[in-house]
Ligand binder design. Structure first.
Ligand code: ADP
Ligand code: MG
Length: 688
């Protein structure tokens, strides 16, 4: 037999996963850990000690010299501080030590992580605590231990703690409902997530010559390339050899970390690609996605490429999203959103569907908040990105079913219909319940929902936390109502009908990219929160505070802290971009002046004066706009609170940047490219 590509991939070889634990732990310790994960039982100290010892042995055997608590502060990226296993023994020697104390608790200096003022009112100290529900792994000779991160007084300072809290709450409420439906065997309900990751690859040498890409991750200036994505020839196109090599190395690196990178293809924009992993539990999917983003950047670097994860690296071409596929499953492996063979009589499915629809309608602002930040503002609502208006795509089949329930009419759905694929297709392909017209923010895709709004660079923790807690809330209301009902059977049917009827407006199966949708949505009373500055004020609404505090996700103080962090981050991003633009504009002025003087030397007077007068006109405009932008940036420093600064950034600075860009891009077209100080869109988009 020949060698297979998979012979030496070492899938999961760098992960302290079940296989490794079974090998390195006593069966009692393994069982205790398993109970902790499956049934949320607290781990005893002795067990933690044994796990620490086993982890150390395993890590040393795999070449680790250091360990690190790995956490996810509110920056949205991960943080780590490495500690060596080595300690001196006093006789000129050393020993390697890693105890349960070090496994369980760390004390990274927390003072420089964003907390929205939480730590100034309490202690500056931050603690990290081992999260046994995700796997430790090895990277760069270091054992990484997934942890949660919190303050001295117990406030969450990270994105992971709320996510874990939401998984618990969802499990609790879903179990109550399953019991009411007569399910006695299910022990736990888990949220599963598969996060599709879109990205761009560009040549490192070009990246390094663009200040905007280096400092902001996106191009702030740049005239469009004569060819963009109009021909749709990149989407699913043949993958070029260089990119294929990158993908091969990426897959291998991810597989070693136990991340099942499964799908890879060219995306719509030139130089844009996608990787989809096989889904896993929400918690691990969140860790895996953080790792994936990091590994993508590194592997690209090894190939002299740069991986851009920004939501909109290039104006006028598709942006990059991160579709969060989300579903619920029982420990027995049943998918709660699976319609089964006859959805119309599957009450569990109908209840889950109704609860989801109601939840999204009631808390659409919160879901919108979880995707509101500067980078995503550039992407949402344009070029294949979902609109900012939240709606649920169910597909026509389910819409008909929903309507028949609401109207108490008979349902005519032909279940299990077959696709008409023409004579050329010899197989009879069963028809999916939904087609692929997924222009909605949330799309039902057969047994899961796809949340299409999150952006490529963001942590999936908040979007998933909110999906979890919203679903938990709806299931709680159902359980509260039915647990005291005298006639639960009948009441359940009435409840499903009521939920669907009252929240029917959020279901939309038309084309969300079409301009008419905004009008239609307005008639339906759906919110149209067009950008971050309009969205973030919704976060601390009474309804959201109630949902998140009663669901045990945050305290009010934690929410206030987060609100501050979100606003501050937005303002910082806008101001960094504005300053970067100003710097680049000054470089442009110098270059254009050189070009003009070169032209005036040339002999063709007619052409000279035509070009020079066009340059002159645009330059004046640009100088004027640049001055205004500089004035606005100056004025921004006078603001003392982030709420009003955010509005100022959104309403004054961004529009002014747009004006600057317009004249700068016009000048780019007029200037000979060897005089232009930066690589242009054609080079950037078509060199990989
Ligand atoms: P599509 O092409 O319809 O978007 P895929 O089957 O390619 O769907 O899946 C896209 C992503 O959804 C993958 O990451 C996949 O692992 C994930 N996924 C599939 N089934 C589930 C599920 N039940 N729960 C969560 N994610 C899922
Ligand atoms: Mg998808």
């Amino acid at each position: 037999m020949g060698a297979s590509e998979f012979d030496n991939v070492g899938f999961g070889s760098l992960v302290f996963n079940r296989t490794a634990m079974k090998k390195y732990l006593s069966s009692e310790a393994y069982k205790a850990w398993d109970n902790c994960v499956q049934q949320r039982q607290v781990l005893k100290n002795e067990t933690a000690s044994e796990i620490a010892e086993a982890m150390k042995t395993w890590a040393l055997e795999h070449g680790a010299t250091h360990y690190s608590h790995w956490f996810q502060p509110l920056t949205g990226v991960t943080a780590e501080k490495h500690e060596g296993f080595m300690i001196p023994t006093g006789d000129d020697g050393f020993k390697l030590e890693f105890t349960s104390k070090e496994l369980i608790k760390g004390e990274p200096d927390a003072s420089s992580f964003p907390s929205g003022g939480l730590r100034s009112t309490f202690e500056a100290r931050g603690y990290s605590a081992w999260d046994p529900t995700s796997y430790a792994f090895i990277k760069d000779r270091t054992l990484y231990i997934p942890t949660v991160f919190f303050s001295y007084s117990g406030e969450a300072l990270d994105k992971k703690t709320p996510l874990l809290r939401s998984c618990d709450e969802l499990n609790k409420q879903a179990l109550r409902v399953l019991r009411l439906l007569g399910d006695k065997k299910t022990k736990s309900v888990t949220a599963n997530v598969g996060a599709e990751q879109e990205y761009f690859l560009i040549r490192k040498e070009l990246f390094n010559r663009r200040t905007d890409l280096r400092l902001c991750g996106r191009t702030i200036l740049g005239a469009p390339s004569p060819k963009g994505q109009e021909l749709d020839d990149h989407y699913y196109g043949a993958i070029k050899p260089e990119v294929s090599k990158f993908m091969k190395d990426l897959n291998r690196a991810l597989w070693k970390l136990g991340i099942c990178s499964k799908t890879e293809h060219n995306e719509v924009a030139p130089a844009q690609f996608e990787m989809a992993p096989f889904f896993t539990t929400a918690n691990r999917a969140n860790d895996e996605n953080q790792l994936t983003m990091e590994i993508m950047r590194r592997v690209a670097d090894d190939h002299n490429l740069v991986c851009l994860l920004h939501e909109k690296p290039f104006a006028g071409t598709n942006g990059s999203g991160k579709h969060v596929n989300w579903s619920l499953s029982t420990d027995g492996g049943e998918n709660l959103f699976s319609p089964g063979d006859s959805p119309a009589s599957n009450r569990r499915f109908l209840l889950m569907l109704a609860a989801f629809i109601k939840g999204v309608d009631e808390y659409s602002e919160l879901l919108r908040c979880s995707t509101a930040y500067a980078g995503n503002d550039m992407r949402l609502g344009g070029l294949e990105a979902p609109p900012v208006i939240i709606s649920v795509f169910t597909g026509q089949y389910l819409e008909n079913l929903i309507d028949s329930i609401i109207n108490n009419s008979s349902f005519e759905g032909s279940e299990g219909s077959l696709m008409e694929a023409g004579k050329a297709v010899l197989l009879r392909i069963p028809k999916d319940l939904t087609d692929r017209n997924r222009t909605s923010a949330l799309a039902y895709t057969g047994n899961k929902f796809e949340f299409r709004m999150p952006g490529a660079s963001q942590s999936i923790a908040s979007p998933v936390t909110y999906l979890n807690v919203i679903m938990a809330r709806e299931l709680k209301e159902v359980a509260d109502a039915l647990e005291c009902s005298e006639n639960p059977e009948e009441d359940l049917n009435a409840l499903i009908r009521k939920m669907l009827k009252e929240h029917r407006r959020i279901v939309f199966n038309g084309n969300g990219y079409d301009g008419h949708w905004a009008e239609e949505a307005k008639k339906r009373g759906l919110k149209n929160l067009s950008n971050t500055a309009e969205t973030l004020p919704e976060y601390l609404s009474e309804k959201n505070i109630k949902l998140l505090t009663e669901g045990g996700i945050y305290t009010v103080t934690e929410m206030q802290g987060r609100d501050e962090v979100h606003k501050q981050k937005y303002c910082s991003v806008v101001l960094i971009e504005a300053k970067t633009m100003i710097k680049m504009l000054h470089e442009i002025f110098t270059s254009v002046a050189l070009f003009s003087s070169e032209i005036s030397k040339a002999s063709d007077m007619v052409l000279n004066s035509a070009i020079l007068s066009a340059i002159d006109r645009e330059s004046k405009e640009l100088l004027d706009n640049t001055k205004k932008l500089e004035g606005l940036v100056e004025k921004a420093s006078e603001y003392e609170d982030n709420s009003s600064l955010m509005v100022f950034c959104s309403n004054e600075i961004y529009p002014q940047m747009e004006k600057c860009r317009k004249s700068a891009d016009a000048l780019e077209k007029l200037t000979k490219s060897d005089f232009w100080p930066f690589p242009d869109y054609t080079e950037l988009l078509f060199s990989v």
